[in-house]
Structure formats: structure tokens, C-alpha cells
Design a protein around this ligand. Structure first.
Ligand SMILES: Cc1ncc(COP(=O)(O)O)c(C=O)c1O
Length: 355
């Protein structure tokens, strides 16, 4: 590990495309904003976060994360409001979840205050490239076990590197775009049952095979994991059922990610008078559901699910497009993020210009 001086091991390419302020160019997550924030932990003590030009970082080839999976991340957004002010959305929740994930990986959890500071700093340093809605500045805190020890399969990394990266992004699933097709998977869990709430790379690589197969064979955007006929989530978002008066979704447990967007949508649904049911959701009920289905996530926002491919054939939700309740709740969330509607729950944090 390279101590606290500048981490850039060589000049880098692909940072901050010109004109990013008018909307990012490039697929979601492929455009690097000009600045990142860095902090290192030695024996659990993190150095003061520092902003640096986004560039490659030097990692020892024996680093724990490269061999034993001590790597985790978060994903949250800063939104440019209609008043041109940039605000982070519920970053405290993402900080809490990252600390929980770090605990599950036996990495030193960054202090909440330090991680919040690093996220605000990464946003403030990149304000210029935060695109207008429906785009946003996507923040990617990343935590890696860096101890150079390839014999440490059964020991935690004593050192860690925290980076907060930023990327101007567009809409992952454009509003009004065709509703998604999912492939139902009933023989595989999303990940190992006790580890689903960790936002760790290991969980994504586990879902990659089924997801690629579903895309190739059925043109499905994602796989809905429902081992033994009980619905969990997809490989990249939480799953909800909706109709004119209800929102139904699985209750939180350790087998899947505790989504911040899921929590926000359920709160807005309650505010709008929907009955929210966080309960066991079986495939039997799912395939007979007369209403709408949707995916919730920072990238997905609330995206309509039109079709579900099952072993017994396809199931269509509603008329196969994003339903009126899905659209209503999505718009309610986006209106808050754009500062068009009052932030009744204090979910937004204004980010002052750093310089
Ligand atoms: C597997 C998985 N589930 C759920 C979510 C939704 O979480 P959030 O709303 O906090 O973004 C994500 C988001 O990235 C995810 O990767």
C-alpha cells in the first residue's frame, strides 16, 4: 500500500468528458468524474479524506481484496434540482449500509462521519459535471482490503483503502421506456442466505451467470430470484407488486439487499394512502397477481416490470407496460429528488460548492 501521498500511479484516461454538465455521454457508470476522494485505514484508523484527480490507484498484487473478496461498495445519487442546487439523496442510509457491509466482510468500518464527509466532498468536487434530471451524479464509495498477504484466506485484512468515486449518469431505465422483462429463477438463491444484505462484489458475480443466460435465452433484463418459490429480489434491484390500494414486497432479511429506494417508495406509498404489506411473497401469488410489478433501486428508480418468464410460460403484468401506480410513485420520488416537491422526510442534503 502506498501511504497517504497521491495514489495516482499513472496518468489516466477517461475522466470527465467535456460537456458532462449538459448530460453525460456514455453508458451508465462508464464516465469518470474528474475527482475522487481517498482515505486509508491502518489498524482500523482511517486517514482524513482527501480529494484527488480520478486516476488509477496502486494496489499490491498480494492485496487481500484481490484474492479473498474483501471488497464492497455503495451506490447513491446527487440530484441537480430545478433550482440548479445539487442535493444528495439519503446518503446517511447508504453510509449505514456500507458500515454494515464492512462488518460482514470483517473490514474496518469507516466512521459514519468520515464516510459522510468523503461522500459530500466527492460530490462538491464534481458539482460541475452533475447533469440535470433525469441524469444525476452517481457516487460510488468503494472499500478494499489491501493487506498484501495471499496466505490470509482465514484472516481479515489489517489495512483498507476507501475511495469515493463519482460518475455523471443518465436514466438507467428511461422513464416511459418499455417495461422490463424478468426471468424467474426458483432453484437458485440470490446469494448465500446470510450474506444477501452485504453490498459486495461477490454477490454480483454470483448472479452474473443466471443473468447472462436469461438475457441470451429470453431477452430478460434481470433474473428474479425466488428459491423454493419464495420471492427475494433481482440481481440489481428490489421487487414490488402494486395495485390501486396496495404495495406488497418481501420483508427485510439477511438474504437480500435492504434497498434505500425500496424504503423510500414504501414511505411515499404510505403517505399517498396505499396499504404497505412487507410479507412473504410466493411465486404462486406472484403469477396470479392482477396488478403491477416493479423494480426499485438507485439506478432503476422505480421501473415497471411488464413480463415474467417462468418455466410454465410468460406472465404479463397489467397490459405489459409500466402501470399507473408504478408511474405515480416513481413521479412522487423523482419530484422530491428534483426539489419540485417538499422533502417532507428530510431525505435531501444540499451540497455547497467546495471551492
Ligand atoms: C442487488 C440489489 N438489490 C437492491 C438494490 C436497491 O438498493 P438501493 O435502493 O439502495 O439502491 C440494489 C442497488 O444497487 C442492488 O444491487
Amino acid at each position: 500500500m502506498t501511504g497517504t501521498e497521491d495514489h495516482a500511479s499513472s496518468t489516466s484516461s477517461g475522466t470527465s468528458p467535456a460537456g458532462a454538465a449538459t448530460g453525460p455521454s456514455g453508458a451508465f457508470g462508464t464516465v469518470a468524474a474528474p475527482f475522487m476522494v481517498v482515505s486509508e485505514a491502518v489498524d482500523g484508523v482511517y486517514s482524513a479524506p482527501k480529494a484527488e484527480a480520478t486516476a488509477e490507484v496502486a494496489i499490491h498484487p498480494f492485496a487481500h481484496a484481490l484474492h479473498y473478496g474483501s471488497a464492497c461498495f455503495e451506490g447513491l445519487k446527487a440530484h441537480r434540482g430545478v433550482d440548479d442546487v445539487v442535493r444528495l439523496f439519503r446518503h446517511e442510509r447508504h453510509v449505514a449500509r456500507m458500515r454494515r457491509t464492512a462488518q460482514l466482510l470483517h473490514l474496518p468500518p469507516p466512521p459514519a462521519e468520515l464516510l459522510e464527509q468523503a461522500i459530500v466532498m466527492a460530490t462538491a468536487e464534481n458539482l460541475e459535471v452533475a447533469p440535470p434530471s433525469p441524469g444525476a451524479l452517481y457516487l460510488r464509495p468503494l472499500l478494499l482490503g489491501t493487506e498484501p498477504n495471499i496466505g490470509a484466506a482465514a484472516a481479515p485484512s489489517a489495512t483498507a483503502l476507501l475511495l469515493v468515486l463519482a460518475s455523471p449518469v443518465g436514466d438507467y431505465f428511461a422513464a416511459g421506456a418499455a417495461a422490463l422483462t424478468l426471468k424467474l429463477e426458483t432453484s437458485l438463491p440470490r446469494t448465500t442466505p446470510q450474506f444477501g444484505e452485504a453490498k459486495a462484489g461477490a454477490n454480483y458475480v454470483m448472479a452474473l451467470g443466471p443473468t447472462l443466460a436469461a438475457r441470451a435465452e429470453h431477452g430478460a433484463a434481470q433474473v428474479l430470484f425466488a428459491p423454493d418459490g419464495v420471492v427475494q429480489e433481482t440481481g440489481a434491484a428490489n421487487f414490488l407488486l402494486l395495485d390501486d390500494g396496495r404495495v406488497v414486497t418481501p420483508p427485510l432479511d439477511s438474504s437480500f439487499l435492504h434497498g434505500v429506494t425500496r424504503d423510500s417508495i414504501l414511505q411515499l406509498a404510505r403517505d399517498l394512502g396505499y396499504r404497505v404489506e412487507e410479507r412473504r411473497l410466493t411465486v404462486d401469488e406472484l403469477v396470479r397477481w392482477p396488478g403491477e410489478a416493479a423494480l426499485a433501486g438507485t439506478a432503476a428508480v422505480l421501473a415497471g416490470v411488464g413480463r415474467l418468464i417462468t418455466d410454465d410460460g410468460p406472465v404479463t403484468f397489467g397490459d405489459g407496460t409500466a402501470g399507473p401506480n408504478t408511474t405515480r410513485l416513481r413521479e412522487a420520488l423523482v419530484a422530491i429528488q428534483r426539489a419540485e416537491r417538499a422533502d417532507a422526510h428530510g431525505w435531501l442534503t444540499e451540497v455547497p460548492a467546495e471551492r
